[in-house]
Design a protein around this ligand. Structure first.
Ligand code: AVJ
Length: 334
């Protein structure tokens, strides 16, 4: 299993830039190894999953409330507006399996619409998130069996015995799939198919390609919260690895890479400088970058192709009026 996770391979040895930047949610926590490897290459890069420590998760939550950051509120609006319609596609679903569940904020909306779901399996590496989600959901749905899996959502292992015979619905929200390259997303969807099994359904939230005057501000907000979120990676290195990064020496940059169809976050060195951590020195030229996150955007046909290439059939898609965000329902043959 281990070698199948795109994220697990990332830190261990120098690999192409795309692979090193990808993905939230690894369980290994080998921050030191990843940072040393990521700063040693010709093109510096640190896997995006390390953005999400306690402070980073707090800042990300703040991002989701920003006026410029449309994805979260748009996905919630889609779930609200089409919940009943989505549920009509899933009359038999009895087990909900959520990948990278985080705070499970959107889960309640889905459970509200899917009245027959009796078992909920949130998969997340953050045990504290899982505990919080469990208590808030149980308060609202007292009959729901919550069976958390503390795991990297790309490497969840096996599902609890209790849902072995259930009709399964997977849920992967927030366009977290955008952190993955196309190849990694295909591998993730194949692994999810194997985990969920024949006849399963999968509801996936995917951010859409759109004009740059909407896309760029979402990652360059006026309050600078995204910049703080990005720079928190350096603060985390200072905190946890004894680094001496001068945070004001690095500028937040979010650009759209047209060829790859993705937003990229970088930290750009404002001047020539050296940084020390774990007894090693790293030199930065003026303008040199650390690549910190990818956020791939899709068209609806691209999602269809991705699903087909991963063994899933595309059953339905819901898109909001401004064509900002999409919810896709995929299914596996029985
Ligand atoms: C959590 C990966 C979906 O890509 O929009 C937000 C992360 N980074 N602002 C995204 C993020 C900067 C977010 N995902």
């Amino acid at each position: 299993m281990r070698s199948r996770s795109p994220f697990r391979q990332a830190a261990a040895k120098p690999v192409p830039l795309d692979e090193r930047v990808s993905g939230p949610g690894a369980a290994d926590g080998d921050f030191a190894e990843a940072v040393l490897a990521g700063l040693s290459g010709a093109r510096k890069a640190i896997p995006s999953r390390f953005l999400y420590d306690a402070r980073g998760s707090e800042l990300f939550d703040e991002i989701t409330d920003l006026p410029e950051y449309y994805p979260t509120r748009t996905e919630i609006a889609l779930l609200q507006r089409y919940g009943a319609e989505i549920a009509a596609y899933l009359p038999e679903a009895t087990a909900l399996i959520e990948f990278g569940s985080g705070s499970s904020r959107k889960t309640a909306m889905l459970l509200e619409a899917l009245r027959r779901v009796s078992h909920y399996v949130p998969i997340d590496i953050e045990a504290s998130c899982l505990e919080q989600a469990r208590s808030s959901l149980i308060a609202r749905f007292p009959d729901l069996a919550v069976l958390p899996l503390i795991a990297d959502f790309t490497d969840a292992g096996t599902l609890p015995e209790a849902v072995a015979d259930a009709a399964k619905l997977g849920f992967f929200s927030g366009s977290t799939i955008g952190n993955l390259t196309y190849a990694e997303a295909r591998r993730f969807l194949r692994d999810a198919a194997a985990l969920l099994g024949p006849g399963a359904r999968f509801l996936v939230g995917v951010d859409l390609k759109k004009p740059l005057d909407i896309l760029l501000p979402a990652y360059n907000d006026a309050k600078g919260v995204t910049a703080d979120f990005n720079r928190n990676l350096l603060a985390r290195i200072n905190r946890e690895l004894g680094g001496d990064f001068d945070l004001s020496g690095f500028e937040h940059e979010a650009v759209y890479n047209e060829a790859e169809g993705r937003i990229e976050m970088h930290l750009v060195s404002r001047r020539a400088q050296t940084v020390e951590l774990l007894g090693r020195r790293f030199a930065f030229a003026e303008g040199e970058r650390i690549h910190t996150e990818n956020s791939h955007k899709y068209t609806a046909p691209e999602v269809r192709r991705l699903a087909a290439a991963s063994g899933w059939r595309h059953a339905a898609v819901w898109i909001n009026d401004d064509a900002l965000f999409s919810l896709h329902l995929l299914k596996l043959p029985d």
